[in-house]
Design a protein around this ligand. Structure first.
Ligand code: UD1
Ligand code: CA
Length: 450
């Protein structure tokens, strides 16, 4: 039994007060729509349709490679009208699952539950909310049977007190929807064609109505910035909980942000204010200090990332020490037990086993061997204004503080480069290389205006 999933994403989202279409507002690592798409994909539907209208081009442009059918809703006349725009593209024998582009925390399981029954009934996913403000209320008869959904603006005082709400997610056979949607009118406070209005119509037509209860967590919609921030917090809680269950120590679950896919081995410890983005892998016993940002990186077992470090696109070996205040940019590779200290920036560079760059340095487009010691204030001058050039430093080399390495240049194995050297030519292996600058003193000197 084939299923078509229709995601409604044409609305203006006026309450966001944004230049950006609502479904492209950020949530976690992506947009609101990303999350809905992910849940939809997990159900492997035969057909995926996204209905766009307001700022349609912008929404479509954000998904150049998405395998779906885009349908245009010319005027945003309500959710029933949005679905009606999609129906002609759906084969009559399909079951239809409708998802809202601004209800992003739904789980794949809920989508599957809807899809499983989409051929037999009009299925509505509902939930109980302590504060149902803004949501459509579920009205049932004395026997508990679903009757209708009443939007807040159309509800009576008594109906507003109902705490069971419409989550927006609905399923039904395509052929029923074809018959029912044209009967939906806009006789309501907003003069819109409401999708939940198909419920009483379906009942009149003798179709079964089924309510499925879903977790409150999944039902939250994002109509304004406050709700968007609320969703971010929920998403964070959900992901932190998964990390805790995987054996990670999280110092304060309220102060950890997970905006991607994080895989942790046992006994990882994350201090407060840590942000994990993209694809992050942390080996056993990794310690991440307070206020670090880790983006698309892999960190080996027992490494320590000290506070206020930014790690982006780096691979860090076992037992390394990074920070505090280090910045590792894409293409950084630290071999085992390497140390990168405070106010050090590394980009597109390999740092060998046990090597140290401990203070105030820039290492870019470079390859350092094992056991190298780079003194404070060492700079690789990798860019001559036109092209990037490489620096190579051999095993066991010692580079004195405040050295300027003008690339392309190399320092041989076991070489020593004296402090404050301006290295324009290669430093041979094992030798001592330095630029001699004579130190002078002018005795009895006084400042002019003294
Ligand atoms: C809707 C439901 C409400 C439910 C709530 C759950 C209706 C009439 N009301 O209210 O019962 O409790 O969601 O979050 O359905 N859209 C279109 N075209 C339109 C209008 C809307 O594509 O013409 C899309 C929007 O982009 C959005 C979704 O449909 O993704 C829901 O629209 P929205 O205006 O946010 O509905 P709510 O007022 O939240
Ligand atoms: Ca909404």
């Amino acid at each position: 039994m084939a299923t078509s999933i229709v995601i409604l994403a044409a609305g203006e989202g006026r309450r966001m007060r944004s230049k950006r279409p609502k479904v492209l507002q950020p949530l976690g690592e992506g947009t609101l729509l990303d999350h809905v798409l992910q849940a939809a994909a997990a159900a492997s539907p035969a057909q995926l349709i996204v209905v766009v209208g307001h700022q349609a081009q912008q929404v479509q442009a954000a998904y150049p490679a998405l395998n779906c059918e885009w349908v245009h809703q010319p005027r945003q006349q309500g959710t029933a009208d949005a679905l009606a725009c999609a129906l002609p593209a759906i084969p009559a024998d399909h079951g239809v699952v409708v998802l809202y582009g601004d209800v992003p925390l739904l789980t794949p399981d809920t989508v599957r539950r809807l899809a499983d029954r989409a051929q037999q009934a009009v299925v509505l996913a509902t939930t109980q909310l302590a504060d149902p403000t803004g949501y459509g209320r579920i009205v049932r008869d004395d026997a508990g049977e679903l009757l209708e959904v009443v939007e807040e603006r159309d509800a009576t005082e008594a109906q507003r007190r109902l705490c069971e709400v419409n989550t927006g997610m609905l399923a039904a056979p395509a052929r029923w929807l074809r018959a029912l949607l044209p009967q939906v009118d806009c006789d309501n406070a907003q003069r819109e064609y409401y999708l939940p209005a198909v419920l009483p119509l379906a009942r009149q037509a003798g179709h079964p109505l089924v309510g499925i209860a879903i977790d409150e967590e999944e039902a939250a919609g994002a109509n304004d910035r406050a709700q968007l921030a609320g969703l971010e917090a929920r998403l964070r809680r959900r992901r932190v909980k998964a990390l805790l269950q995987a054996g990670v120590t999280v110092r304060d679950p309220a102060r950890l942000d997970v905006r991607g896919n994080v895989v942790c081995e046992a006994d990882v410890e994350l201090d407060v204010g840590v942000v994990l983005e993209g694809e992050v892998e942390l080996g056993a016993d990794v310690h991440v200090g307070a206020h670090c940002i880790l983006r698309n990186c892999r960190i080996g077992p027992n490494a320590r990332i000290e506070p206020h470090s930014l790690i982006d696109g780096a691979v860090i070996g076992a037992g390394c020490s990074v920070g505090p205040y280090a910045r590792l940019r894409p293409g950084t590779r630290l071999a085992e037990r390497a140390r990168v200290g405070n106010f050090v920036e590394v980009k597109a560079a390999g740092i060998g086993t046990g090597s140290k760059v401990n203070h105030l340095s820039y290492i870019g487009d470079a390859e350092l061997g094992a056991g190298v010691n780079v003194g404070a204030g060492t700079i690789t001058c990798n860019y001559d204004g036109r092209a990037k050039h490489r620096t190579e430093i051999g095993d066991g080399a010692f580079v004195g503080s405040n050295t300027t390495l003008v690339a392309p240049v190399s320092v041989g194995a076991q070489a020593v480069v004296g402090a404050a050297t301006l290295l324009r030519h290669d430093a041979p292996a094992a030798g001592l290389t330095f630029t001699a600058v004579e130190q002078r003193t002018i005795p009895d000197w006084s400042r002019a205006d003294d």
